[in-house]
Design a protein around this ligand. Structure first.
Ligand SMILES: [Mn+2]
Length: 307
């Protein structure tokens, strides 16, 4: 007989969340007869929705569980007190473990602990999990979360698994969780093949320019691969005369990324001033939109600046 009868894991829905959920389930199975889980987009994937709606469903079911683990789901920073209050209600119904690696103010942590929540705040994505991290899968999850604290342990094979994981969680999250629990690497290696390989690449110092035609949805992932393969810090891709999906206008798009393991300054911080207003995206994954025919000039300017 195990110590607990029914346990529940509630987890986030990105690659890292899938690993955190799967390994938490695996570890709980050693102490619980039955482990259920909830990890579903958008219910546990969109943070405001989670704390506004999904949390009430969990509260309703809480009395059926001897232990609940909530992992990799940050409190809603725009409704911090409100989300902490809702979490504390669950903690007062049953044993609740809240495990995360995003910032939490000390007074919120103290508040939760007063209500009996078992709060574990981790510094790394790697050990954001219930119980012991799995030496392989938790690394894959941390790569997927682009956590630089594990940089010295990253290998090409683990990055390939993380690529496959990122693809599969968007298509079939429960299949991904199941494959991690069953340690089926082949499932992720197969998915990773969907990320196109860069072939035609030009290296200029610490910058690689990818000349292949890349489907729009894969641009950032392919650029990431290009940096990995060539050992460069930045990658650039030009897509000329592409139709804007909302306005229907033709534009040139220049995408620039910084490799997540590089300690060079962000792309955004290094953009020439005249391009700043034409750029959007994450500081390390920017796309610059210009009039058709002007893309090549932008690529030259970026090369001058970044190489
Ligand atoms: Mn995470």
């Amino acid at each position: 007989m195990k110590e607990y009868l029914n346990c529940l894991v509630v987890g986030h829905t990105d690659g890292h969340g899938a690993v955190a959920t799967a390994i938490s389930i695996k570890n709980l199975q050693k102490e619980c007869e039955n482990v259920d889980y909830i990890a579903k987009f958008p219910d546990t994937g969109v943070i405001p929705k989670f704390w506004k709606e999904t949390i009430s469903d969990i509260k309703e079911k809480a009395k059926n569980y001897d232990k609940i683990v909530i992992v990799d789901i940050p409190l809603d920073k725009f409704n911090l007190e409100e989300s902490a209050r809702k979490l504390s209600e669950i903690c007062s119904i049953t044993e609740t473990h809240y495990i995360d690696h995003h910032e939490m103010p000390e007074e919120i942590k103290e508040f939760l602990e007063r209500y009996g929540c078992k709060v574990t705040m981790r510094r790394s994505a790697y050990d954001t999990v219930y119980g012991k991290p799995d030496p392989k899968w938790n690394l894959v999850g941390a790569i997927s979360d682009r956590d630089p604290t594990i940089r010295h342990k990253v290998t090409e094979e683990l990055q390939e698994l993380a690529d496959g994981l990122d693809v599969l969680v968007r298509k079939d999250l429960s299949k991904a969780i199941d494959a991690i629990i069953k340690n089926k690497e082949s499932v992720f290696k197969e998915e990773a093949k969907r990320v196109p390989d860069p072939h035609d690449m030009e290296v200029h110092g610490s910058v690689v320019v990818v000349k292949d035609e890349i489907p729009e949805t894969w641009v950032y992932k392919v650029l990431d691969k290009a940096c990995r393969r060539t050992g460069t810090d930045y990658a650039i891709y030009l897509s000329e005369n592409r139709r804007d999906r909302t306005t229907g206008e033709l534009k040139d798009y220049v995408s620039v990324v910084k490799y997540w393991l590089s300690d060079k300054p962000s792309v955004k911080s290094r953009l020439p001033e005249e391009l700043q207003s034409k750029a959007f995206g994450h500081p390390d994954a920017q796309t610059i939109v210009v009039e058709p025919g002007r893309g090549k000039e932008v690529v030259r300017k970026l090369l001058d600046e970044l190489r």
